[in-house]
Design a binder for this molecule. Structure first.
Ligand code: CA
Length: 187
């Protein structure tokens, strides 16, 4: 009986883990352009922050990807990191994806995340409120500026894994940077 219970628990955790991945808000920090090594000092509460295991050994330590479960209600999250040297790092606001059909994992279904009121402590960020559009951010894929929705003021950014919004910030050696943001799932 005990053995059966633990197998059932493992199966439940696996299923929960898979859907958690799919509905995550995801914010990555990329220090590979200037070779800035990044150490996570606080992971998002209830979420994760990890180095990029898909990159080579040197770049792996210059990149972190974070994930935190999103729902249809606005929630706030934050995480902190410490750069090892002065330089530029890129904040990449995105979501995840899921396969459209489990039999055909090549076809991706976007997991859209709406972000608003992004603030940065320890460095300067432009237009974290998205109230006038994408000023200060660069994009690729098809992110959308949503003019009539937002957390405190109208204007928010709708992104996913292959349609993110990016902004470069200047960081200082040993100066902790905290990124806070409001987020929710969206259609
Ligand atoms: Ca806004």
């Amino acid at each position: 009986m005990k053995k059966f219970l633990s197998s059932a628990l493992i199966a439940a955790v696996t299923v929960w883990g898979a859907s958690l991945f799919a509905d995550n808000a995801r914010v990555d920090i990329d220090g590979t352009t200037d070779g800035v090594k990044i150490e996570t000092t606080k992971a998002p509460e209830g979420g994760s922050a990890d180095n990029a295991t898909w990159m080579d050994e040197a770049k792996n330590t210059q990149y972190i990807h974070t994930g935190v479960p999103a729902t249809a209600e606005w929630k706030q999250s934050s995480f902190s990191f410490k750069p090892a040297k002065d330089g530029k790092v890129i904040i990449k606001m995105m979501g995840e994806w899921k396969p459209k059909d489990p039999g055909n994992p090549e076809e991706l279904e976007p997991v859209w995340i709406l972000y608003d009121d992004v603030t940065v402590k320890g460095a300067d960020l432009k237009n974290g409120g998205f109230d006038g559009g994408f000023d200060g951010w660069s994009t690729y894929g098809e992110p959308t500026h949503v003019a009539d929705q937002g957390h405190t003021k109208p204007g928010a950014m709708k992104v996913w894994h292959n349609g993110p919004a990016l902004q470069e910030i200047a960081v200082k050696a040993g100066q902790e940077v905290t990124i806070s943001f409001w987020f929710k799932t969206t259609k």
